[in-house]
Design a protein around this ligand. Sequence first.
Ligand code: FAD
Length: 291
Amino acid sequence: MIPPIARRFVAGESPAEALDHVRKANRRNVKVIVNLLGEHYDDRGPVRDDAAAYRSLVADIAASDLEACISVKPSQLGLDLGEDVFREELETIVGTAADRGIFVWIDMEDHTTTDATLDAYEEFARKYGGERSASDRDSDGTGGVGVCVQANLKRTRNDIERLADVPGKVRFVKGAYDEPAAIAYTDSSRVNTEYEALLEFAFEHFDGGIAVGSHDPAMIERAIDLHEEYGTDFEFQMLMGVREDAQYELAREYDMWQYAPYGNRWKSYFYRRVMERKENLWFALRAITGR
Ligand code: FAD
């Protein structure tokens, strides 16, 4: 059982608990990106199990009236075992999701995975979102594929030029992995400048399909300004348990998606949330003690 202190960040251990969380968030106009916790498998067994769990989750979402989609990790789908394994498993999920009109996000992991992840995204977005134009990237009920890009990587400016006309969506984040200085900006103010520059490019050149994956009030304000300037469609994305009041507030006016993980591998995810911001432990403690 997940202790209450971790429940702030994790929707539960079972798909039923995850969908129950979606229902509650939907009532507050927040849509949910469901992620099954798991990564870096070096054995095909758990890869197959997680892919099957995602296909079943997709079917459950499609059979419900819930506003939800899924997000998968390349190394959860076997990238450490080979790019062919990753693509094979990803295609089973994207194919099932496309048949049922459910959107699939691909998370971005460390820089050694960027090429394989973007190549798979581009191929599947063209194949499964192909009947739609780049300007028709709605993730509500029409299927499709999205990918995450990281502002801390120096290559990302080039990558998003390539992604601009792919008929999918792009989630912009600052980047969660410690990367070598040769290929990444390691200073947080430089990453912020880069994040803003990427948003500016996207709002000016994309037809839509922009996801602003940040809790940072400055980036949120910048995205709203850019939307007002260019009129480009976009959505906000934030993590479950982080700035939820802001999520409910933004949901009154904007498309708001919450990334909610579930599953029995919750310990390392909870540890990561606490380590990136020690106050999270305090917030979680306050939530359970009610003080
Ligand atoms: P930060 O730069 O960490 O903080 C800036 C400001 O935001 C803070 O000063 C504070 O005002 C506010 N803030 C931030 N965190 C909190 C908090 N816990 N509580 C209160 N205020 C806070 N990274 C990847 O590498 N790959 C992925 O696939 C990926 N997917 C993501 C999906 C989503 C939906 C989100 C939201 C993030 C994802 N990330 C991913 C993580 C991302 O790269 C960042 O590490 C993470 O979001 C922290 O950056 P930030 O922009 O939110 O804010």
